[in-house]
Write a protein that binds this ligand. Structure first.
Ligand code: ZN
Length: 254
């Protein structure tokens, strides 16, 4: 009985992950995400439902299209699995609760945003708007039901976006406007402490990955590294473990 809820959450995460793949593929091409069946991107044949079961079809088909035998990108099952694991981690930290719903939505948007940013070096405005709408809904929930003063929304919105904007003025080549908008919208969700910590964590991840890329590819320092996925990873880390990290940090300092 106790295993039923996590299993349901995992399966739900896989199904949503399957939809996220559609978003990652279609949003940058300006195609609709609500209509149209799935089809093979190589031979254009429609994918029958039994070959479109998240994760399991990929394993069952050994990563190849049933019609043309062309390799299916492992990114598809990876996105599905990633989304399901993130939902499970949220359930583990927050239990069945309202924050679980809001953070699950936030994480899924971050997954789509990160994969699009990795591939195209762009953060689509539509995703930022979706995050902003959900962030405002989250703010309303906290103000109406938890008595959080509405003025804190303003602080949350600007806490990380303003420092990032100033950083962008100093280092104009590394940062995009999308990153600043992302941190403003995500701030509405997680509050000023965690969004500032997310910025710090994102910069740290970015630094580590940059060093890794330079060592492995022996590339120049100019290899453009999208910042969106690093910030997203920072936000995810802080939603899952932010207050624990803050407490640990303070206990080391004091
Ligand atoms: Zn095919």
């Amino acid at each position: 009985m106790t295993a039923a809820i996590p299993i349901l959450i995992f399966v739900f995460g896989l199904l949503i992950g399957s939809f996220l793949n559609v978003c990652i593929y279609r949003i940058p091409l300006n195609k609709t995400i609500v209509k149209g069946r799935s089809y093979c991107t190589s031979c254009n044949s429609l994918i029958p439902w039994y070959c479109n079961i998240p994760l399991f079809s990929y394993i069952f088909l050994r990563g190849r299209c049933l019609n043309c035998g062309e390799k299916i990108s492992p990114i598809y099952p990876a996105v599905e699995l990633l989304n399901a694991v993130l939902y499970l981690l949220l359930y583990w930290v927050y239990g069945l609760s309202v924050p679980l719903l809001f953070f699950a939505a936030l994480f899924s948007i971050l997954v789509v945003l990160s994969f699009i940013d990795l591939k195209y070096q762009i953060i689509p405005d539509g995703l930022v708007v979706a995050m902003l709408v959900l962030g405002v809904a989250n703010g309303f929930y906290q103000t109406v039901f938890l008595g959080v003063p509405w003025q804190t929304w303003v602080i949350r919105f600007f806490a990380a976006s303003v420092p990032l904007f100033i950083l962008g003025l100093i280092f104009p080549e590394g940062m995009g406007g999308g990153d600043i908008k992302l941190m403003a919208a995500a701030g509405l969700f997680i509050g000023w402490k965690l969004i500032l910590l997310s910025l710090f964590a994102g910069a740290l991840y970015g630094g580590v990955v940059s060093i890794f890329v330079i060592l492995v590819k022996k590339g120049s320092r100019k290899t453009a590294l999208p910042f969106g996925p690093m910030l997203s990873l920072g936000i995810i880390t802080c939603v899952l473990a932010g207050y624990r990290l803050l407490a640990l940090y303070l206990s080391i300092i004091l």
